[in-house]
Every structure is written in C-alpha cells, then in structure tokens.
Write a protein that binds this ligand. Structure first.
Ligand code: 6PG
Length: 239
C-alpha cells in the first residue's frame, strides 16, 4: 500500500517523518519488544534526526529497544565529512540512549569494499537474524532517481538476493555501500522523505512514470510512504 502525503514546507515534512518513526517504534516495541530502523543518508534527513534528538521528542522512543541501521554509506572513514554514519551520529545517535552495539554501520576502514559489505551483512544477521524484515526504512531521493546508493546503471540494482553490497558508481567515480532492493522491499514500512523543487522532476518520474531505481522500491507486504513538501510534489500528476 502506498501513501503520498504533501506538506507546506520541509519543516512540516520533518515533523511528520519524526512522528511516523515514533508511531512505528511504539507499534514494533509493543508487538515484539524491539524496533529496527534503517536511517537514510544525505542532507534531507538531518532535520528529522535533529527533531528526534530534541528534548521534547527524544523521550517518545524507547531507544534501548532500537536497532539503528545505516542504510548506505560512502567509501570514507566514519569521521569523514561525507560519512553518513557521522551525520547520523552527530545529529541523532550522540543525543539518545541507544546502545553502542545496537548501531549497524558500514566500516569502510576495515578492508576492500566486498569485505566491508560482508562485515555489514554479518552485523545485520547477528543483530536481526537472516533476511530481516526492517520495521521502518527511511530513504532519500537523488535528482537522478537513485535512492540509498542504488544508482542508475550500477550493479547493485541487479542484486537479486543479498541484503548489503558494495557498489561501484562510475558517475561518481567511487565505490559506495548500500542495502539492496531485496532488503528494502522486505521491510514492514518504507518512507521516502523528499523536499525541494530540485527533486520535483525525479519525484514525478518515479511516482508517475515508474522510472529510475527508486521506482523499484515496492515493499512486498509493507507500507510505502512518500513524505513530500509542495515543492518536491509540484510536478506530480493530479490524483
Ligand atoms: C546518500 C544517500 C542518498 C540520498 C540522496 C538524496 O548517501 O547520499 O543515501 O541516497 O538520500 O542522494 O540526498 P539529499 O538528501 O542530500 O538531497
């Protein structure tokens, strides 16, 4: 099932995203005693993480029962300015009582890209079991229609089984690390959070024309949310 929600501005999108995370966390912890949350990288989700870390929202999630997973990563050290883990750590993890060993991050510093992906998959399995169903996956959208590090024309978008892979991205001249379509499409809930006019064409191409890698995010049994501001939704066909 897909829900498209459009808000006046990005702050309203961030608040809705934070509330969705709080809602899904409460449900999962009530049902099974834990909540697995895949965190998006890039710049958009920073505002969401800052809200979740704020004094009036921080207490709304039972953080000791959360497993936080970095959805994709750049091939840089965890302290590098481009590190998604660093962004998530600085804006969220350092401010909430989530156990250090409940954070699943990519470790580019340990070896070659394939070793990094295998290490990440082992962490996932150790903490969540084989082929886990993530309770909620947050995703951004690039203006080329990529999501996570699933870029057009790259090998990762063809991965049929593995949950986590290294992915060479020629258009960026770099290796990335990413969860795959099997991993995300097995989730109970997936939420794209997209703001700004620069993303409007990509949003319409994905939603209206099913183009680009992001259009292949189709949860098998889970719910798909699009949380958009009016700018990002401005080219969407009327519905
Ligand atoms: C990354 C992200 C990537 C991001 C989009 C949108 O590592 O950069 O995982 O998929 O979500 O590129 O990025 P912005 O939010 O910065 O526009």
């Amino acid at each position: 099932m897909r829900m498209i929600e459009i808000f006046d501005d990005k702050d309203a999108v961030y608040l809705r995203a934070a509330e969705l995370i709080i809602e899904k966390a409460a449900e999962a912890i009530e049902e099974r005693g834990s909540f697995s949350l895949v965190l998006a990288g890039g710049s958009t989700p920073r505002g969401i993480y800052q809200l979740l870390a704020s004094p009036n929202l921080r207490e709304r999630i039972d953080w000791p029962r959360v497993v936080a997973v970095i959805g994709d990563e750049r091939n840089v050290s965890p302290d590098h300015a481009d590190s998604n883990y660093r962004m998530v750590r600085e804006n969220l993890l350092e401010h909430v009582p989530i156990p250090e060993n409940a954070v699943v991050r990519w470790e580019p510093e340990i070896g070659n890209p394939d070793e990094v992906a295998l290490n990440f998959e082992k962490q996932l399995t150790d903490k969540l079991g084989p082929a886990p169903t993530f309770d909620l996956v947050l995703l951004g959208l690039g203006d080329d229609g990529h999501t996570a590090s699933l870029f057009p024309g790259t090998s990762a978008i063809k991965e049929p089984d593995r949950y986590a892979v290294a992915n060479n991205v020629p258009q960026l001249s770099t290796d990335r690390f990413t969860l795959t379509f099997p991993a995300v499409n097995n989730a109970a809930n997936v939420a794209f959070v997209v703001t700004g006019r620069a993303k409007a064409a990509a949003v319409s191409a994905v939603i209206d024309q099913q183009q680009f890698p992001a259009a292949r995010i189709i949860p098998k049994a889970g719910r798909l949310y699009w949380l958009l501001d009016t700018d990002a939704a401005s080219l969407l066909a009327a519905r």
